[in-house]
Design a protein around this ligand. Structure first.
Ligand code: 1GP
Length: 232
């Protein structure tokens, strides 16, 4: 499964709780991005997730559901990503919710379509930080240690540095990249120009672009240009 995502450089993340017009959705799906993640931190329901899924399904683009609510799991996505929030203070977001979901659905889960993400939430003001009660008082060595935990202890396929809403510390992210060999490095947060996309893409294997889709669709589409740079 990891082979599927290993060449992905750019992903758009769409939030089922936010409105997107058909025209903008078409632009996103034909932008040249590698995939679309459907996910968010609050207001995620089965109905809004299904609605977005069925609209994305019209386009030839891989779709992934990032699961944050076991009541909003829609069947039919190409892949399912399950965040394990390493710096969460609430154990439900490390393994508690996961155990409860598996207790309920364990016999019918298509395990081959599932990838886990080792998440570290780094923006103290982000909703995901508040929801998971994540500890963001971390220095560079703390973050590098989480990355090593993800790869060396937990053998997780993805390490996701999540700055949702603000642009991250790129020099630190470059150091994170150096300690990851097998685990794919995702970065998301505050990418709202092609320049920021380029900087983030110099550090991470895969960049995730979210909010700017809802603020300025043209700037969002421009961030896909980093794929041309990386293929040179
Ligand atoms: C959010 O990492 C993504 O989960 C993208 O962040 O919304 O700040 O682009 P932004």
């Amino acid at each position: 499964m990891i082979d599927t995502i290993k060449n992905w450089k750019h992903i758009f993340k769409l939030d089922p709780d936010k409105k997107i017009s058909d025209d903008h959705l078409e632009k996103i799906c034909f932008s040249g991005t590698d995939a679309i993640i459907v996910g968010g931190s609050t207001g995620i329901t089965y109905d809004n997730t299904y609605d977005l899924f069925s609209r994305i399904q019209q386009y030839p683009i891989p779709s992934i559901l990032e699961i944050s609510n076991q009541d909003a799991i829609v069947i039919g996505f190409d892949l399912y990503m399950i965040p394990i929030v390493l710096n969460a203070s609430d154990p439900d977001w490390i393994i508690g919710n996961h155990q409860k979901a598996i207790k309920k659905y364990g016999d019918i889960i298509p395990w081959e379509d599932i990838l886990t993400e080792a998440y570290v939430s780094l923006n103290p003001d982000a909703t995901v930080t508040k929801v998971t009660n994540a500890s963001t008082d971390l220095d560079e060595e703390d973050v590098l240690a989480y990355a090593r935990c993800a790869e060396q202890l937990l053998h997780m396929p993805i390490f996701y540095a999540e700055y949702s809403g603000v642009f991250g510390n790129i020099e630190m992210l470059k150091k994170v990249k150096r300690v990851l060999n097998k685990t794919q490095f995702f970065y998301g947060g505050g990418i709202n120009t092609v320049q920021k996309a380029q900087k983030a893409a110099e550090a991470a294997d895969t960049i995730i672009v979210g909010n700017v889709i809802y603020q300025d669709i043209e700037l969002a589409i421009e961030t896909v240009k980093i794929k041309e740079e990386s293929s040179k």
